[in-house]
Design a protein around this ligand. Structure first.
Ligand code: PLP
Length: 405
């Protein structure tokens, strides 16, 4: 079989693969705990369901404008005004099949072959693959050991004449860390001065804890949107727990949106109108659903931190948002893939190896599930790794005895 060199070089999404593995084990009746999940457990907001149902009931489900239904764009504009204090025009908005497609479209639209995109480790697994898919070059900037916050000086050093864009994801998947106001202000200013696209992946910006608020990059721009290279990515997947609806968007200058629309028009034509109607329902509906979800996840974060405290030698950086944390397991292993496989085999706990996010020796643990998932999952990890933990444990209804350590 003849496969292109490029396609061959693209890695399978490790997180989607883990979901499949966890589902397979559950189907076999195994008492698996999924601490790898990347989506909240809540049901979709009722306003989203009613809006989608109303659209479906018309029976009129056809192609719609490539850049999104005008009514959804209107809801996105209102959301942007409320959450970013920024008024944008419909021509600045393009709706895509999830933030994932929005980011891919941006990269496809701005990058020439061999141009570089700066990614800040730990980074979302899909960024390097997406950059490669459009013949770009991912350039990874690492934080100081023990921190997940990027340093401006390291970013400046990584910038070359080929740098086209920087992707910033804060609050961050996988660390949960939210970057400081000062950092956001500095990077916005730096990108504006250097003519570099700044792609803000804000998909977790409403899932922030401890009474804090994610800084809006728009606060620090000195440019009008039409002369700015700032691009904001967002969507309904995480904020409303609507991952399966596949609705995200990008906000950028008109010219860019126009070209992204041409690109998207040749690939997907448009996103489904009844799924767009669902997103519109969520954005226009009662926003208490978001606060309820945020509170549940914040409580889970607290439980996760509490449970992790007794795991000898593991360092956890307190997450400011998202539903992930990225503990440092180097006291047990430097090989995160091996460690994740070990925990799955021995303790039936799914974790995501830090290697996938450019952070070897760490595991990404999700607290998007239930409190029970968190407490039991961590108890099993302790049992499998920590010689101080009791030798016996129940996994499902089976009593198991640790015969290693
Ligand atoms: N960006 C980040 C950082 C993510 O973690 C995810 C999903 O996991 C996405 C984007 C994609 O979101 P969507 O479901 O809207 O495509």
């Amino acid at each position: 079989m003849s496969i292109s060199t490029l396609a061959r070089s693209i890695a399978e999404s490790p997180t989607l693969k883990l979901n499949e593995e966890a589902a397979r084990l559950r189907e076999r009746g195994e008492a698996v705990i999924h601490l790898g999940i990347g989506e909240p457990k809540n049901k979709a907001p009722i306003a989203a369901l009613l809006s989608a149902a109303a659209r479906l009931n018309t029976g009129d489900i056809k192609y719609v404008p490539t850049d999104g239904l005008p009514s959804l764009k209107k809801a996105i504009i209102r959301y942007t005004e409320e959450n970013y204090d920024k008024l944008v025009a419909p021509e600045n908005v393009i709706v895509s099949a999830g933030a994932k497609q929005a980011i891919f479209n941006v990269l496809y639209t701005i990058l020439n072959p061999q141009e570089e995109v700066i990614l800040l480790a730990p980074y979302w697994v899909s960024y390097p693959e997406m950059v490669k898919m459009v013949y770009g070059v991912p350039v990874i900037v690492r934080p100081e050991d023990g921190s997940f916050h990027p340093r401006m000086a390291d970013i400046e050093r990584a910038v070359s004449p080929s740098t086209k864009a920087i992707i910033v994801n804060s609050p961050n998947n996988p660390s949960g860390v939210m970057f400081s106001e000062e950092f956001i202000a500095t990077i916005v200013d730096f990108c504006e001065r250097r003519g570099i696209y700044l792609i803000m992946d804000d998909i977790y910006h409403k899932l922030v804890f401890d009474g804090r608020k994610a800084p809006s990059a728009y606060t620090y721009t000195h440019k009008d949107i039409e002369s700015s290279r700032l691009i904001i990515i967002n969507g309904v997947s995480k904020t409303y727990g609507m991952t399966g609806f596949r609705i995200g968007w990008a906000i950028a200058r008109r010219k860019l949106v126009e070209i992204m629309t041409n690109v998207q028009g040749q690939i997907t034509s448009c996103t489904s109108p009844f799924l767009q109607a669902a997103a519109e329902g969520a954005l226009n509906g009662l926003q208490s659903v978001v606060e309820n979800l945020r509170l549940t996840i914040e409580n889970n974060r607290n439980v996760m931190l509490q449970e992790m405290r007794s795991l000898t030698g593991v360092k956890v950086t307190k997450p400011d948002g998202t539903f992930y944390c990225l503990p440092d397991f180097r006291a047990y292993s430097n090989d995160s893939v091996g460690l994740a496989n070990f925990l799955l085999e021995k303790a039936l706990v799914v974790t995501v190896p830090g290697k996938e996010f450019g952070m070897e020796g760490h595991l990404r643990l999700s607290y998007a599930g239930t409190v029970k998932d968190v407490t039991e999952g961590i108890a099993r990890i302790k049992w499998a790794l920590d010689p101080n933990a009791p030798k016996e444990i129940y996994i499902g209804d089976k009593r198991v005895v640790r015969d290693w350590l």
